[in-house]
Design a protein around this ligand. Structure first.
Ligand SMILES: [Zn+2]
Length: 501
């Protein structure tokens, strides 16, 4: 008998034991409470048996500053099992919120996304990530008896690329009448600086994640990943998703990565490889800017098209990979700053991949923030460090209205405060979205595998769901999922960290 069979038999015996007790205690027709008791007994037995699973030995979890830190270690299947087990409640909760959003915006049912995951994405996922995804489902089921399967999980992992890249492309192919007006998302404000721009001449990198508060308040995992193959990774992320996905991460070979998405991007290659797979692979296996670009370009499907901001702490070089589908461009420098706030800059990428983007509209969120990055970074040339970067991520200067006011124009986004919304992303007036958390690091910290992270608005402001929903009943459909998003403190995390350190 192998280990997994032995485990299965052990669980079965415990379940039969529970059932026998239940039968013994219920002479009369089964009452609801006896039924509940049996369900609870079985659940407890399952959780006890799973907690002793040897695959969990190397893994750990603790919470600090509003974040959940998980350490995953080992071969892909084991890391997946640890991920699924340790984050089971958060995965169930995150899946419910994300899948509701995907169906609401696209007017497609969940079966549609499962089919896309199964037929289009799954066959092109590298075997090690297939094993990791399967492991997540095993860990999840071991802990909660979850009904989710691998197709659900793959569709969920594709939550940035399927609804806003694949579906609009498909609607166009099918010439769907009454298709919803879907727009690629605008996620994030970020920069990477080096040389004469920073205080100590080394790389400084910072990023805040812009998304719906519904999803963003759940984007609170710090993943410390020690894979059997590839480099050690420290990144922020979403429960159940194998890539950082917003993205902010460092690896033990010296690569530092982040990104902001390309506004009004259009295009999808159904024969390409999922973006979440390429992004995770690049962070795990790239030791240089060139290797990073190569992995991202291999099987580029156009999904979640980003301006990648990269740093290599071994050389002090930074780079920007503007990754369109039909066009792309790489800029690199050892003395400069590269910023992002959801605008493409290469004329060819704009023309071929984001043709509707208006680079001259100073009122749009991407361009207003672009102007603010220009101002702020120039003002602080030679002074940029992690502490200053944290402040910049919480900046509320509105260059379009020339005043201080937290809204969709500011680096720290508060679109729920704006009557304008962001039409380029189809965010309606007062859309409950904006900057949901921030991260920063520098070359010295990256060498020691350390990052700073703040959950909630990087300025420290709180979002409160109840008064918002009362004032904006048009977002009532989000009520089951939308919660308070209270800001935590800037908190340091490092690889190999344990609780209370
Ligand atoms: Zn703010």
């Amino acid at each position: 008998m192998n280990d997994s069979m032995r485990r299965a038999v052990a669980i079965l015996l415990v379940i039969l034991g529970g059932a026998a007790l239940w039968w013994a205690g219920s002479g009369a027709p089964a009452s609801a409470s006896a039924n509940d008791a049996m369900v609870a007994t079985i659940a407890a037995a399952r959780e006890r048996a799973a907690a002793n699973d040897p695959r969990l030995k190397a893994a750990s979890r603790f919470e600090e500053g509003g974040w959940i830190y998980v350490h995953l270690e080992g071969d892909p299947g084991a890391m997946g099992f640890q991920h699924g087990y340790l984050l089971a409640p958060e995965i169930e909760d995150g899946f419910a919120a994300v899948s509701a959003g995907m169906m609401h915006s696209t007017k497609r049912d969940w079966e549609f996304f499962r089919k896309a995951a199964h037929e289009m994405l799954w066959p092109k996922i590298d075997v090690e990530y297939q094993q990791e995804l399967q492991g997540i489902i095993e860990g999840l089921r071991a802990r909660t008896g979850s009904k989710l399967d691998v197709d659900d999980l793959v569709a969920f992992n594709g939550f940035e690329e399927l609804p806003d890249y694949y579906v609009p492309w498909l609607n166009k192919q099918q010439k769907s009448a009454n298709a919803p007006n879907l727009k690629s998302p605008g996620n994030c404000s970020a920069f990477v600086a080096t040389g004469s721009w920073t205080k100590d001449g080394q790389i400084v990198m910072a990023h805040n994640n812009w998304t719906s508060y519904r999803n963003g308040e759940r984007w609170r995992i710090v993943f410390d990943i020690a894979p059997k193959n590839g480099y050690r990774i420290l990144m922020d992320g979403f429960p159940g998703v194998i890539a950082s996905d917003d993205d902010f991460g460092i690896n033990s070979d010296g690569l530092m990565i982040t990104e902001t998405t390309i506004t009004q991007f259009e295009g999808w290659d159904p024969n390409g490889k999922a973006e979440f797979v390429r992004a995770r692979k690049a962070l795990q296996y790239a030791g240089s800017i060139d290797e990073y670009a190569k992995i991202m370009l291999d099987g580029n499907n156009g999904g979640y098209a980003n301006d990648w901001l990269l740093g290599d702490r071994k050389t002090g070089e930074i780079a920007q990979l503007e990754l369109g589908l039909r066009a792309h461009k790489l800029w690199r420098t050892k003395d400069g700053v590269l910023a992002g706030s959801n605008w493409a800059r290469d004329p060819k990428v704009i023309k071929e991949d984001a043709p509707e983007f208006d680079a001259n509209n100073k009122e749009s969120s991407p361009n207003a923030r672009r102007a603010r990055w220009d101002e702020l970074l120039k003002e602080n040339k030679g002074k940029i460090d992690v502490a200053l970067a944290e402040k910049m991520l919480g900046d509320h200067a509105d260059t379009a209205q020339k005043k201080e006011e937290a809204n969709e124009h500011t680096l720290c986004g508060h679109v729920d405060a704006s009557a304008r919304g962001v039409k380029e992303w189809d965010w309606q007036p007062y859309y409950p979205g904006g900057a949901v958390q921030g991260k920063a690091t520098d070359a010295t910290m990256a060498k020691e595998m350390r990052i700073m992270a703040r959950m909630g608005h990087p300025c420290g402001g709180d979002f409160l769901a109840k008064p918002f929903l009362a004032a904006h009943p048009e977002y009532a459909w989000e009520e089951p999922y939308l919660r308070d998003m209270k800001a935590g403190p800037w908190t340091e995390f490092r690889s190999g960290q344990g609780p209370k350190e």
